[in-house]
Design a protein. Structure first.
Length: 386
């Protein structure tokens, strides 16, 4: 039985979540999954078809790239289900025509939803699209009953360093490119706390570094601090990569996100910080004993394995699609054809004699009086009369 085909159509995906989701689904193997991207990703993630018409100076139209356009349309025509990856659904209109009769789903990452929720909600009411969300704080409006599936992390590719080989005073933290942001203020505040109260510690890493360079330096850090606008209230890809390398991580996580994650993601290993408790939290964790630190590092990676691995996330997406495509990839074993050689012997219950294994005398047992007759033909009636 051939596998069902799901095609991901992505527009905005800076964290690379759609690319990792496709690889995770294919690793599970019950559904074939392919990827079409409408922009060339800055990290060069692989895609089956790339049509660079979004986020460029001269976007043009998809049809301006005839070879890529043809491949994309062939995939969409073959697809049993088209999975959109974009926070602003109607903006796909006019970019690449998705066949109207195809089953459609969509993943919200949450970045643009707050600003455009009115437009998106109106679109969803008439589209019948099934939703997936990556950020549990964006599970509204609740009437859409969105499925929560987290970002997939290729944990096998992110190896932790032995604690003895780490820079004992390094706290990884990507400094923002622009100094006029809330994130920059958070970094300045963190740096002031460290210089004032924790001599020997320093911030390292930089957002302007190439991704490959950052991935080489990350496991050498003692901790990682993810600046995240509390408005978002949820950890991002960088925090997950750090945890996968066994680097304990701090992040601005809203209480709402923690509450909604419990049960789905267990007890998060990422340390919840706020601007109010930042100094107190850093004081506590930067003074852990070696044994306490080792346990925290081990729990960080284990949490990623349990909830964010390719196997885990790929299975969640596969089950989500199988609900919409019931015959997706669960082959029903064919019944063997009956022949004279393998036909079972018929059983006629009326010809079977039932014998009791206990001390009671059965109707068809020999009568205990020694007459040689069956009990029902001999002493049964006498016993009933008595």
């Amino acid at each position: 039985m051939s596998k069902k085909l799901v095609v991901f159509l992505g527009k905005a995906d800076w964290a690379g979540s759609s690319y990792s989701a496709v690889r995770a689904i294919n690793r599970v193997g019950r559904i074939e999954c392919r990827h079409i991207s409408l922009n060339q990703h800055i990290f060069g993630y692989p895609s089956d078809v790339v049509i660079p018409i979004c986020y460029t100076q001269n976007p043009g139209k998809a049809s301006d790239y005839p070879e890529e356009y043809k491949k994309a349309m062939e995939l969409l025509e073959r697809a049993d289900l088209v999975h959109l990856w974009n926070d602003l659904l109607p903006s796909f209109n006019g970019l690449l025509p998705v066949p109207s009769k195809k089953v459609k789903t969509n993943t919200f990452t949450g970045t643009l939803y707050r600003e455009n929720h009115a437009t998106i909600n109106q679109y969803l009411r008439h589209s019948g699209i099934n939703l997936v969300v990556q950020n549990p704080t964006y599970r509204y409006p609740e009437e859409y009953d969105a499925e929560f599936i987290p970002h997939a992390v290729e944990i096998d590719a992110l190896k932790p360093l032995p604690i003895s080989e780490r820079d004992q005073g390094a706290i990884g933290c990507y400094r923002p490119e622009h100094k006029s942001t809330t994130a920059h203020e958070d970094i300045v505040r963190l740096e002031h706390i460290i210089k004032t109260n924790h001599s020997g510690w320093h911030l390292t890493l930089d957002w302007t570094m190439p991704w490959e360079t950052r991935m080489k330096l990350m496991p050498k850090c003692r901790y990682f601090f993810e600046y995240m606008d509390p408005h978002m209230g949820y950890w991002g890809r960088s925090a997950l990569e750090a945890c996968a390398m066994g680097v304990p991580t701090f992040s601005y996580v809203s209480q709402k996100a923690l509450d909604m994650s419990m049960g789905r993601l267990g007890n998060p290993a990422i340390v919840h910080v706020t601007r109010k408790n930042l100094s107190e939290t850093m004081m506590r964790y930067l003074n852990l004993s070696e044994q306490e630190y080792a346990e925290l590092a081990e729990n960080s990676r284990k949490w990623l394995v349990d909830h964010y691995s390719f196997e885990r996330v790929g299975e969640l997406y596969t089950r989500f699609f199988e609900k919409l495509l019931p015959s997706a990839s669960i082959p029903v074993p064919a019944k063997p054809k009956l022949t004279l050689s393998n036909r079972p012997e018929p059983v006629f219950l009326r010809d079977r004699t039932v014998h009791n294994d206990d001390d009671r005398v059965g109707r068809n047992d020999l009568c205990p009086c020694g007459s040689g007759l069956k009990y029902k033909k001999c002493c049964l009636n006498k016993t009933l009369v008595k």
